[in-house]
Design a protein around this ligand. Sequence first.
Ligand SMILES: Cc1cc2nc3c(=O)[nH]c(=O)nc-3n(C[C@H](O)[C@H](O)[C@H](O)COP(=O)(O)OP(=O)(O)OC[C@H]3O[C@@H](n4cnc5c(N)ncnc54)[C@H](O)[C@@H]3O)c2cc1C
Length: 519
Amino acid sequence: MTKYSNNSGIIIIGGGHNGLVCAAYLAKAGKKVTVLEAADQVGGLAATREFAPGFRASVAHLLYLLDQDIRKELALESHGLRMARTGLETIALAEDGNHITIGPDRVDGAGLSAEDRVAYKEYRRFMSKFAGIIGGLHNKIPPRLTPRREDLMALGKTALSIRMLGRDDMREFLRIGGINIYDILKENFDHPLLKGALSLDAVLGTNSAPRSNNTVFTALHRMSGNTGQAAGAVSIPAGGMGAVTEALAAAARKFGADIRCGCPVSRILLENTAISGVQLASGEQITASVVVSNADLKTTITDLLSLRNVEAGFAKKVGDIRAQGNAAKLHLALDSLPNFKGLSPEQLGERLVIAPSVEYVDRAFNHSKYGEFSARPVAEITLPSIHDASLAPNGKHVLSAIIQYAPRQLGQGWNEGKAAFIENIMEVLDAYAPGIRDKVISTELLTPEDIERDFRISGGHWHHGELSLDQFLMMRPVPKSAQYITPVDGLYLCGAGCHPGGGVMGSAGKNAAAVVLAQ
Ligand SMILES: Cc1cc2nc3c(=O)[nH]c(=O)nc-3n(C[C@H](O)[C@H](O)[C@H](O)COP(=O)(O)OP(=O)(O)OC[C@H]3O[C@@H](n4cnc5c(N)ncnc54)[C@H](O)[C@@H]3O)c2cc1C
């Protein structure tokens, strides 16, 4: 028998970090809020999960975007958020052990020319400044394409902030904003490791290569967090990224939100053309006149609402969202720390990247264009258990790595291809850390197909939809939904598929709450 509950408040579908931020702000404003999360724990991609007995890791593993206002306004530190390590440097690994180290204001290592060192400082200067323009948009509701007075003012303010860059920087911003990172790195640097590592920053989480358009934009996006630290500065939360979402959940609960895990929503319910509630997979129906979805737009409209409830033009736009994930996540349970050639024990705890040249990254992508995984993948590696012993049994360690490229649509299918891809990855890792295979107790590789299924993200994409200029600001996720609204009365969006995109930032959730409160 169907169970009916009368909620008379706001339902949030999904307790990813954006859903939790949204819940916290709505509850703080006095609204009755219920979060319905499908998984057994909150956090979505930013949850810390056990992947082997005693070993824990989070899909999103490095923190560099979390908005400082959200952190303060929700008092996340008072809810237990603490960093195990801040200010990680990047070590661009070389197979021969002659690595280079990249920090916010210096680059160091064998073979670096004086010109590259100077050019790096200048690169950081202009990239940080330009990233500030993008960061300035994060906590704003995107203007509409048919602007009203307030939208025109918002557009005017952005134009003014570009003008305020000064003549030379403004020209440079306009020149490079939409082009590819390959050309910019080539203009500025010689050292292959430096170019390789910086190009990786531009393509991580995207379905693009260093020569793809928009990759300067994605590099800037990565540096655009309003974190109060140097642009793109990287931290590791104590307890993994799940500590961020646990703190968000605690804040939301403190303001009165009810968070229910293990409650997949199977349908969004309508009465006439307006929202009337949701149905859970268990059959329970909960009434509500406002539903906010943390799921991506495709999942929300196609799977939960049904395309027949929206007009054909909108349905077509939803279907056309580019959201093919190309990043996989590797978790290794290790018996002891690996020996990376040329790295001291202290350096092992930094952010390690395998992207030895920009051409290597480009070639790694080529396979994915044709439905194949990379023969020689690129990787962003951390060993978080060095900073946080709670993630692994005593003396043992976790290796957490983002691995590209792993196309969502693999020609041979992931059932067939996964083992071979793991073999490619281990071969590459072994070239940098000989003997690492012997230390592996357990391996988990999450492909975009796994991410799509386990985290309910159409395409298994990091940003719930490609991050690019054609899917940004008032175009994200699609023009008629860019202000966290949908064509259905009472149905809103708050996830990474909305402005300003993915990464553990929280701004989409905060902006969505502001829109709901303004209705
Ligand atoms: C491999 C990989 C590595 C990444 N690494 C980093 C990183 O190091 N740093 C970083 O900042 N970002 C990283 N990201 C990106 C980041 O994790 C995401 O952009 C961000 O976590 C998205 O948050 P969200 O709250 O919008 O959505 P999600 O985290 O996807 O949460 C959505 C939630 O909604 C729930 N849900 C969906 N449908 C339903 C339903 N029908 N009923 C109930 N619940 C539902 C899901 O279970 C999920 O919990 C990474 C992403 C990937 C894929």
